[in-house]
Design a binder for this molecule. Structure first.
Ligand code: NAD
Length: 486
């Protein structure tokens, strides 16, 4: 076996030992985990399939009790979980505590969702009885109803940036709907995934949920073994996962990257909008799929641009464990190098670097949040996601051109609009083509009980979260029971 630190590479060879380290102190090793082989994934799928049959046959109350117990366990271990998130992926402590609280709520929500209706009841069908079709008093007897049933084994492939919330917002609805789970976490979040396995494993029947650390080969094996697949991560990998799952004929959903825009209308409060957008762009070092990447200013707004530049400049990177830190490190050295290269490319191509762009010396993969102005809309840095603390300012003459600029990328995850008058705000909402639209609110922030997902290259297949997720992890069959003759 060969060792590997977090290095931003996608794959890991079968038999590799994954080493997860702290991005703020790379010498701090969280743990070492053998990557699971395809044979081990197959064996886990077999156990999951056996266990799933009893899980689905059991009363809904039993499934609910298990998910409630997991919620209680996580709540009891919340400080440990938040500290681990901060240590393993560099998430600022306040946000890490928020992610744990949300994860508890997700488990509680799906514990109750176990009792949701299983289908609908329709007027009975007019059964053809050989010449008596649709006839007689029998038309009002019999039954016609639908029933939601689990697919079987759910294969879940997750990124590192929400190491507790994303695995749980997939696993909890999958389990509530009656499935077993194979969870393939990101190598960069293997320690948090171990905690999930520990907590859920203690509350669920043996073999029902298995955490399978590994890289691309392990992930591919999960896609090959599962009856339903849910992926969150990059566009590049998500499309491959979707092709493979579709080729096997199993349902698949993918949530991927974004190039999210915030539109600043002329009547937005400059100071309030600037503070909100700076946080949405640079918080957690810009490592959220929903982070603001482009800020589109409508008309001349010198006060807003000055306030935004000052707000971003004030967000100096710091130890994420320190209270009050907003910007921690990048997840890997190569992720930091990509941010620094983006700033250098912007400057080389004639943009003004309004603030940031250097990587402070010393331990940890930190980079100063960078804001650049003056790139043409077609420039790769305006079109493609830079997954870090890097945002571009863009300019439009009116609301319609701002919306066209916002929509003019291949992605469609989230956008925000900031202003004071309802008419122009609603006009922008009507024109934007993203899956999530937020008015006078940051692009970041997700409500776990409402549908979540992107349009265009950002999302593929069914929405996640809320009751939408429950529907994805089940198929609906339609049952006709004819009335007896006479
Ligand atoms: P990634 O695509 O590199 O990895 C995601 C997961 O896929 C990991 O578990 C990885 O090991 C696995 N994987 C890699 N190759 C695979 C293969 N060939 N087959 C199966 N699995 C494979 O993404 P990342 O770097 O972990 O996360 C960052 C990306 O995730 C960003 O693009 C971000 O925008 C996106 N993201 C999207 C959302 C959303 O809900 N839209 C949420 C969070 C992150």
């Amino acid at each position: 076996m060969t060792g590997r630190t977090k290095d931003g590479q996608l794959g890991s060879a079968v038999g590799e030992l994954i080493r997860s380290v702290s991005p703020q102190r790379p010498a701090d090793v969280i743990g070492e985990y053998p990557a699971r082989t395809p044979e081990q994934v197959q064996a886990a799928a077999g156990q999951a399939r056996d266990s799933q049959r009893d899980w689905w046959r059991a009363a809904a109350a039993a499934r609910s009790a298990a998910l409630s117990a997991a919620a209680a366990q996580l709540r009891a271990r919340r400080d440990e979980a938040a500290a681990l998130i901060t240590r393993e992926v560099g998430k600022p402590a306040g946000e890490a505590a928020g992610e744990v609280a949300r994860s508890v709520s997700i488990l509680e929500y799906y514990a109750q969702a176990c009792f949701a209706e299983l289908g609908a009841h329709y007027p009975p069908s007019a059964v053809d009885r050989g010449g008596q079709a649709g006839s007689s008093a029998q038309g009002n007897t019999g039954l016609l109803y639908t029933e939601r049933r689990p697919h079987g084994v759910a294969g879940l492939i997750t990124p590192w940036n929400f190491p507790l919330a994303i695995p749980l917002w997939k696993a909890a609805p999958a389990l509530a709907a009656g499935n077993a789970v194979l969870l393939k976490p990101s190598p960069e979040a293997a320690g948090c995934a171990e905690l999930i396995g520990d907590i859920l494993g203690g509350c669920l029947p043996a073999g029902l949920l298995t955490v399978l650390p590994g890289g691309a080969a392990t992930g591919a094996a999960v896609v090959a073994a599962a009856d339903v697949v849910s992926f969150t991560g990059s566009v590049q990998v998500g499309r491959q996962v979707a092709i493979t799952a579709t080729g096997r004929g199993v349902p698949v959903q993918c949530e991927m990257g974004g190039q999210n825009a915030a539109i600043i209308l002329p009547d937005a409060d400059p100071a309030a909008a600037a503070a909100m957008v700076a946080g949405a762009a640079m918080g957690y070092a810009g490592q959220k799929c929903t982070a603001t990447r482009r800020i589109i200013v409508v008309g001349q707004q010198h006060a807003f641009v000055a306030a935004l530049t000052a707000a971003v400049a004030a967000l100096a990177p710091a130890d994420p464990a320190e209270p009050g830190t907003v910007v921690g490190p990048l997840i890997t050295d190569s992720a930091r190098a990509k941010v620094l290269a983006a700033v250098a490319l912007a400057a080389a191509d004639g943009a003004r670097v309004l603030t940031g762009g250097s990587g402070p010396a010393g331990d940890g993969w930190f980079a100063e949040p960078a804001l650049v102005d003056g790139l043409p809309p077609g420039h790769p840095l305006c079109q493609q996601e830079t997954f870090g603390p890097f945002a571009v300012l863009q300019h439009a003459d009116d609301v319609d051109s701002a919306v066209a600029l916002a929509n003019g990328v291949e992605f469609g995850l989230v956008s925000s609009v900031h202003g004071g008058s309802l008419g122009p705000l609603l006009g922008a909402v009507a024109g934007l083509d993203t899956g999530l639209i937020r008015v006078n609110a940051p692009t970041t922030g997700v409500d776990f009980y409402a549908p979540f997902g992107g349009e265009k290259a950002s999302g593929l297949g069914h929405r996640e979260q809320g009751m939408a997720a429950l529907a994805f992890y089940a198929s609906t069959r339609t049952i006709t029971i004819a009335a007896g003759p006479g």
